[in-house]
Design a protein around this ligand. Structure first.
Ligand code: ADP
Length: 270
């Protein structure tokens, strides 16, 4: 993995990210961080988990190192590896190790996508040992109090193969995320896309309708992210129906019946 060794200062969130709390998640996460307990963020895609982590990092004034997990992610990708540089062999810390060393936050996004043997490396970090073994260097790092481990996963994609092992999940404080209620989601869409609240509300209604198609085979309805995307297109002068089509509908499915149903919804709302 071509992980560029950036300065850890690049991972600091310098200005307050806009985050609209949906419940008690902020105070719970702050309490967990103070108690050095790791966080598990559950919820559908595009519902605010990443934004929440940015906000939390800003509140805690700690650098945030985010890793998007995928099925090829190896332990070395997380922990680090030796690289040949000219005649020398140099050690390059992986993102997890860097976060541990500086007492930052390591956020493993979509953890279930990672290989099972990779996930195991976080076990001693996620319990009260708070240790990261760097086997290749024969080093055992103990995480400073400020280090916070957070992982996310989407239970919607849950399958026997893609579930978190009980031994992994039973180490975390779990925060359940979902799409916000209509009023709050409209506020988010309006603010993020820079559109009128009436238009934001219409987009949110369309989003809610699309989420109702789950029973008809749509794996997931429109996320808050997609609604914002359509709003941004409208803000740039694209006609609202087209914006919904290219920004929401076509991004959700290729199934002709579901496409037809979604298009009808757009026509009904706008
Ligand atoms: P996830 O990590 O759950 O896939 P994101 O955090 O990237 O989703 O959310 C997608 C977008 O939705 C964000 O970039 C942000 O614009 C917006 N968003 C969602 N929830 C909130 C919230 N509670 N407060 C502010 N913005 C939000």
């Amino acid at each position: 993995m071509a992980y560029q060794q950036q300065s850890i200062e690049d991972h600091r969130i310098s200005s307050e990210p806009f985050y609209l709390p949906l419940g008690e998640e902020v105070s719970i996460a702050l309490a967990a961080a103070a108690r050095r307990l790791p966080l598990l963020l559950k919820g559908p895609t595009g519902c605010g988990k990443t934004r929440f982590m940015r906000y939390l990092a800003w509140r805690l004034q700690r650098p945030l190192v985010t890793v998007s997990c995928h099925d090829d992610l190896s332990t070395s990708d997380l922990v680090g590896r030796y690289l040949i540089k000219g005649d020398d062999t140099v050690w390059l810390d992986g993102p997890l190790t860097r976060a541990v060393r500086v007492g930052g936050i390591c956020y493993l996004d979509e953890i279930v996508e990672a290989r099972k043997d990779t996930t195991v490396v976080i076990h001693p970090l996620a319990d009260d040992r708070r240790e990261l073994p760097i086997e290749k260097r024969g080093e055992l790092l103990t995480a400073p109090d400020e280090f916070l481990l957070a992982v996310s996963y989407n239970p919607g994609y849950q399958s026997v193969l893609k579930d978190l092992k009980p031994s992994t999940r039973q180490r975390f404080v779990s925060l359940s995320f979902d799409y916000p209620d209509e009023r709050r989601e409209a506020l988010i869409v309006s603010k993020e896309a820079g559109i009128e609240s009436s238009l934001a509300l219409q987009l949110v209604r369309l989003g809610a309708m699309s989420r109702g198609l789950k029973d008809s085979g749509l794996p997931e309805g429109a996320s808050t992210r997609l609604l914002i995307q359509a709003g941004l297109l409208v803000q740039s002068g694209i006609d609202v129906q087209t914006a919904c089509l290219v920004g929401i509908v076509e991004s959700l499915t290729d199934d002709p019946d579901l496409l037809a149903a979604l298009k009808e919804m757009v026509a009904a709302v706008f």
